[in-house]
Design a binder for this molecule. Sequence first.
Ligand code: SF4
Length: 476
Amino acid sequence: MTFPEGLYLDWRQQGSAALCLRESRTQGTPPERWLQEIWAHQRILRDQLTTTEDRKLAVLHPGFRNRESGPDFLNAIIQLGDDAPASGDIEIDLVSGSWKSHGHAGNAAYNNVVLHVIWDPPTAEVKLPTLVLKDRLDAPIEELESWVGGAGELPSDWIEGECCEPLKTLAPEGLRQILLQAAQVRLQTKAFQFRARAKGAGWHQALWEGVFRALGYKHNAWPMQVVAEALPEVRNRPIESGSAREAWEARLLGISGLLPSEPRKGTRARLLWDLWWREREAFAHRILPAAAWRLNGVRPANHPQRRLALAAAWLADPLWESRVEDWYRQLTPETSHTDAGQSLLAALKPEADGFWRRHYTLMAHELPDAPPLLGAGRLNDIAINVILPWFWARADAGGENEARQRLEKLYFDWSPGEDNTLLKLARTRLLGEGELPGRKTAALQQGILQIAHDFCAYSNALCAECRFPGIVAQLK
Ligand code: SF4
């Protein structure tokens, strides 16, 4: 069974958000749904935001999608000018007048809205802080239509979806082809995002932001992104005390707001606190509120303090970026994914650190042996979600076809990552008890996630109005 190249891309355009966005826009106005996607993915010029009253706006966390009635995003954190960060909800409408015409003004559910996000500039005075999106997208609207998506939230019910049956009727090779095509879309989606960000911030800053987001894992990608956005400013300030690694740890943990205050003397936390104290004022405007982080349910090995300690080790290494570039340069068409994985680990593995070798977090009890800061699982995740798409984006931008193909070969061969809740959930909905077809690879996992994000994220637990089962059934 051989499916035409680009089949999944057609399906995606037929059945997912991409189509409903395009259909609606041809009628002249972008739909609210589209604005929600832009906001959820923060496909905006995040460092150039101002409200309609010309106050500087920083989005420290875009909030969580609200699937019930009420504002579109809950528990966001924004900062206006030099004000303290404010936590609250976000309402998204096409025009500012919708606030009144939709009845939000007198509705208690909207009392906690801290920002009204609209498409067109308001025509009358506004009462709420308001952001106009129209001229603040990070890429032309036509490009965003094709590639926005890929990180929406899935219905969290662990039940088989309607597409399970038609997918089971496909031969394993057919299912494999569909998943790999979806994985290709995922690679391009990530690459497109890197390219858009690189236009404004440069390729290396885009890479750092991708790395930080990956280190944020599922729950803390946004605060990690915000910390990464501070890097150009932080890197400009020379290190005056402590080793480079300790100084970077103090800075990252200080900016993140995750440094314990006034820790006991003689501890690592105290050492970092003393370093941070000297620089705190210079970076005060960058400090994140504790509410930006979700620490409940985070495994100790994934604690943001630990992830930031890894990032600090990398930032303290002046050769880190060139090491990544060298890794890429030594790839040949014959390099296997296992060799590439091993050489990437060797290039990125930080020197062992006495403290983090024995502690999960800054205040945790000492252990005989904690896992290394960078293990194979984390590296796999960074390789598949950041390093390969970032190099692919650069090769694509430079029209380097051979390099692009070499990277795709690695991407499609790369070993599978560790199972996580999101992946298990997506697999259960699409395949039920069924297995991934053929040799397990990271790309098959990426394909599963992409289908779930392209289709499940726009439906509900009962698969209402999802076109995917019907499209697959037509293949028989
Ligand atoms: S929403 Fe669509 S893609 Fe997701 S499980 Fe249901 S039928 Fe499958």
